[in-house]
Design a binder for this molecule. Structure first.
Ligand SMILES: [Fe+2]
Ligand SMILES: [Fe+2]
Length: 164
């Protein structure tokens, strides 16, 4: 496994642990841990969408990887679920998506190994760019009436059903 795989799969594990910590006590969400998870997942998504997927597409002569569209839909659903104040139902949906999404990136024929192959000569460079990606500026939670509906639509586009 190369440097892109190591860094991003390690970030998946770090984010999983933060989410676990945030919901360790189901009666009281640890909002500090959840805040770190939220910021970290948004940054992770930005690293993949703004650095990794474009680099892979460039290495393929401008043609996106076949898996890229599905990954972007999953990212859209995850980002939509990070908008409202977390509830156990919202976090259950986040867990379902991550459990399906992360393997698409980590498995031997997944995104990260495809990128290691495509970007063989520059994978150290790409990993360095990923590591130095900026923090994402977080908006406060938004519990407006349209938020759950737009999350529901984002999940449907990605092939999931949001159970509230
Ligand atoms: Fe992803
Ligand atoms: Fe990822």
């Amino acid at each position: 496994m190369g440097p892109i795989y190591h860094f991003l799969a390690g970030d998946h594990a770090r984010l999983d642990a933060l989410l676990q910590r945030a919901f360790a006590d189901p009666n009281q969400i640890d909002l500090q841990a959840y805040g770190q998870f939220r910021a970290g997942l948004l940054r992770h998504i930005a690293m993949e969408e703004k650095i990794l997927l474009p680099a892979a597409q460039k290495a393929r002569g401008g043609e996106a990887l076949p898996i890229a569209a599905k990954l972007r839909l999953d990212h859209g659903a995850l980002a939509a679920l990070l908008v409202p104040t977390p509830t156990t139902a919202i976090v259950a949906s986040i867990r379902v998506i991550l459990a399906a999404h992360n393997p698409l990136e980590e498995r031997p024929d997944g995104l990260y190994q495809a990128c290691e192959g495509l970007l063989a000569g520059e994978s150290e460079d790409i990993a360095a760019r990923l590591r130095s990606a900026p923090e994402v500026k977080l908006a406060p939670f938004n519990d407006g009436p349209q938020v759950i509906e737009s999350a529901r639509r984002a999940l449907a586009r990605a092939g999931y059903e949001l159970k509230m």
